[in-house]
Design a protein around this ligand. Structure first.
Ligand code: FAD
Ligand code: NAP
Length: 344
């Protein structure tokens, strides 16, 4: 196993922050991971597992071992009349997986098209978009315990998925390297299959109408969502960013009622648990941050939730901007925003 020293991580994170890793290795199999963990040069070191680097902010050099996951493989592991189980290696591109399932007419992941990153990170924050979360179809997660090298099979309940959240962001933070994820998907090729597409979210239905789609299909829905995403979000290859920097807060209904009597246009999405979700992007925009720059960092002009690196920004500068935004939302609305991006 080749361990590189003093590796720049600039091309391994979508903010394009130039931080360095003390040690760096790429793994392509469970055997590779176990070999790496038993290497004396790796033992006792802090470890950071890296996928596509599209949900991290590096605020300083990492003084431990960065393990870049490249475990591949994509196949059907079980097939019934109406359902299919697909197992993807953690190093497969998330969008590659979605497109592969859409081409085969396997339904369940189509709304999650064009989310950057790799399969292995998807359970970490239970990725979601347009009313669908990965937990809705997740069937199992395979992982290696970074302390012991032991292989673990986890069911969805073990992962304790929540809104952009899971046990991997909390109690088990940094404990496991996820090596594969399985999904249970619906076979739309089954003749009498009735499937509920999720299109009543954001601009999806309007886009399908604009595309003059008459019969819904996985291709049409994923195409509509791809078009919306391309028009709204900055391409990380051109403008460094990590998507939404903040999570949408869910606040108690009573608190929401007080706030909405002052801010009558405050958008609201009532949740099943009685709380009300308020879009963090709206809160940030109301505080005047949309399109603002702060040195080499800034807030994207078309979407206030997205912080950007205009070029050469250090992670600490981006974090300082995020903290300032958080403070002004706290002062104006009394709402505490939490970071969706993982800070290292
Ligand atoms: P990384 O950034 O490499 O890692 C993220 C975290 O997961 C880190 O803590 C890392 O240590 C851990 N991790 C990564 N791989 C593993 C592994 N194999 N085992 C254990 N831990 C691991 N997210 C959404 O939910 N919905 C969206 O619609 C969405 N849109 C986005 C749009 C843009 C333009 C961008 C830049 C980001 C967007 N994101 C979105 C955020 C991001 O793409 C997702 O969170 C994605 O799952 C991160 O994948 P990654 O491989 O890049 O993870
Ligand atoms: P949008 O459609 O402008 O909506 C703004 C916010 O309102 C979203 O954050 C969304 O919450 C919420 N929302 C909209 N319709 C809703 C409904 N019917 N029920 C409940 N909540 C609703 O959002 P956008 O910024 O263009 O993003 C579109 C989708 O892509 C969202 O699901 C968003 O989460 C996802 N996305 C995520 C990231 C990321 O980095 N995490 C980046 C880009 C886009 P939710 O966010 O909870 O869905």
């Amino acid at each position: 196993m080749h361990i590189r020293r003093n590796q720049s991580l600039k091309r391994y994170n979508t903010f394009h922050v130039d931080a360095k890793a003390h040690s760096f290795a790429e793994v392509r199999s469970v055997r590779d991971i176990q070999k790496l963990l038993s290497d004396p040069a790796a033992r006792g070191m802090r470890k950071l597992v890296l996928g596509g680097g599209s949900n991290i902010l590096l605020t300083r050099d990492f003084d431990g071992l960065v393990i870049r996951n490249r475990v591949l493989g994509l196949r059907v592991t079980d097939e019934a009349e109406t359902e299919v189980t697909v197992r993807a290696g953690a190093g497969v591109g998330w969008n590659e997986l979605v497109e592969w399932t859409v081409r085969r007419n396997y339904a369940g992941l189509e709304n999650l098209v064009l989310i950057p990153g790799l399969v292995g990170a998807a359970p970490v924050q239970n990725i979601g978009a347009y009313g669908v979360e990965m937990k809705d179809t997740c069937f199992g997660v395979e992982a290696v315990d970074l302390a012991t090298g032991e292989v673990k099979q986890l069911g969805p309940a073990d992962c304790r998925f929540g809104y952009r959240d899971s046990v991997f962001k909390n109690e088990w933070k940094g404990r496991y390297l996820i090596t594969a994820v399985s999904f249970r998907l619906t076979k739309l090729s089954f003749p009498k299959m009735i499937y509920r597409f999720s299109i009543d979210y954001g601009d999806v239905r309007a886009m399908l109408e604009a595309m003059r789609v008459r019969t819904l299909s996985l291709g049409a829905v994923s195409d509509a969502i791809s078009r919306i995403r391309r028009s709204k979000l900055p391409d990380p290859k051109k403008l460094g960013n990590a998507g939404s920097f903040f999570k949408n807060p869910c606040i108690p209904r009573e608190r929401f009622e007080v706030l909405s009597s002052i801010y009558m246009k405050m958008p609201r999405f009532p949740q099943e648990d009685g709380t009300v979700k308020v879009p963090a992007g709206w809160l940030v925009e109301q505080c005047g941050w949309k399109g603002k720059t702060a040195g080499r960092a800034g807030v994207y002009q078309h979407q206030a939730l997205v912080l950007i690196n205009h070029g050469g920004a250090k992670g600490a500068e981006i974090l300082e901007l995020a903290e300032n935004i958080r403070r002004s939302v706290r002062e104006k609305f009394g709402i505490e925003l939490s970071f969706e991006v993982n800070i290292f």
